[in-house]
Design a protein. Structure first.
Length: 392
């Protein structure tokens, strides 16, 4: 049936909805005209005004989408006038079925119910005054009219409800797509920030070591070639390490599936190597551990290592320090990290590099805290609490 309507619409060059309304209007006019032609009663016989009424009733259907309540009221009023004029009976429900359906489909359910009930009451009372059998009126005419009208109203309301459900489903689908897009953008941003933190932590530390050893080599090149060669060896080692880590990160950015196998994520197990590199750069580094540090959650282990790495980098680059103390303590609920140096501390409110922001971001992801500031007796101190619960 739907295919036939589409084909008819293509043939006449009209929209599908218009073709459907034309078909419904024609059906209404034909049904009413057939009842007029049957001429089963009424004071007046078949004449032109009666058939014009049939045509007009069908023509009103063409307006049902624009003004459904108006079409229903005008149709009902026209039907009452038709019967008052004494024309042959054409029924109540069938001539108004399309108008009732359209009003209910458009959300005018109250109008459909009130007009339908009002018309039934007026028609039944009028027929009873004319002497029709009450049993016949109630048992046949009223029952059949109520059934047809109720079916038309229920069908229209059902179609409207279905349309609203589909509209809501489409809205929810669009909302879900927007939520997915926002979630994807959020994850991309988080990954971008993570990569930025990793690159900063790795590059800043190794470049600081390279810079210090290059300075040592430059000063010792003429007077102490052995020390110069040792410093250049440290430069080569730090350069190799930073290039390796950069290659790994860039490989993951190009194609995670084809990237070279990554080294284990840096953790507190490499704390002594980190301290040794700082000692080679000229710092006196003391490391103290308390509690079992093996088996920490990976996120806590890596974050603690990066915090110490960033604090050592700041001590090398900014603090002009000679001694650094590192304390790592595992408690029942958190890992505490403290890094203290004897440098010149932070001057005024000047920020101590991008790395402190990265420290706070990393720690906040674990629900921890970071504090950093000058020590009362001179120097600078970084403290962090990294909760153990709920991390992976």
């Amino acid at each position: 049936m739907a295919g036939a309507r589409r084909e008819a619409g293509r043939l006449v060059g009209l929209p599908r909805a218009t073709v459907l309304d034309l078909l419904i209007g024609a059906a209404v006019s034909i049904v009413v005209a057939a009842a007029i032609t049957a001429n089963v009663g009424g004071d007046r016989g078949r004449d032109v005004p009666a058939y014009l009424f049939a045509v007009g009733l069908g023509a009103l259907v063409l307006l049902r989408r624009r003004a459904p309540a108006t079409v229903l009221v005008v149709s009902a009023a026209g039907l009452v006038a038709y019967y008052v004029a004494g024309y042959p009976p054409v029924g109540l429900a069938l001539p108004l079925a399309a108008a009732l359906y359209s009003a209910a489909e458009a959300g005018q359910l109250r109008w459909a119910v009130l007009v339908g009930l009002g018309l039934l009451v007026v028609s039944t009372a009028f027929r009873a005054v004319q002497g029709a059998s009450v049993a016949y009126l109630v048992g046949f005419e009223l029952a059949s009219s109520v059934a047809i009208m109720a079916a038309a109203v229920a069908l229209g309301d059902g179609v409207r409800s279905r349309r609203l459900r589909r509209r809501e489903q489409r809205w929810r689908l669009r909302q879900l797509e927007r939520d997915h897009a926002r979630e994807a953008a959020r994850r991309v941003e988080e990954e971008r920030l993570r990569i930025a933190r990793d690159l900063h932590d790795v590059i800043a530390h190794h470049i600081s070591v390279i810079s210090l050893h290059a300075g040592v080599a430059d000063e010792a090149l003429d007077d102490d070639p052995v020390a110069a060669r040792a410093a250049l060896g440290h430069v080569r080692s730090a350069t190799t390490q930073v290039v390796r880590e950069l290659r790994t990160t860039l490989g993951l950015l190009r194609d995670p599936a084809r990237a070279e196998p990554r080294q284990p994520v840096a953790g507190l197990a490499r704390l002594d190597d980190l301290a040794a590199g700082a000692r080679a750069a000229g710092l006196c580094v003391a490391v103290r551990r308390r509690g079992e540090l093996s088996g920490l959650p990976a996120a806590v282990d890596s974050t603690a290592y990066r915090l110490v790495q960033e604090a050592l980098t700041n001590a090398l680059r900014h603090a002009d320090a000679s001694t650094v103390e590192i304390d790592v303590v595992r408690g029942p609920r958190a890992v505490a990290v403290a890094v203290r140096d004897d440098g010149r501390g932070q001057r005024g409110d000047a920020p101590r590099g991008y790395g402190l922001g990265g420290m706070r971001e990393r720690t906040a992801l674990l629900g921890g805290t970071v504090t950093a500031g000058n020590r009362p007796g001179g120097g600078f101190e970084v403290r962090a609490e990294l909760p153990l619960g709920g991390t992976t």
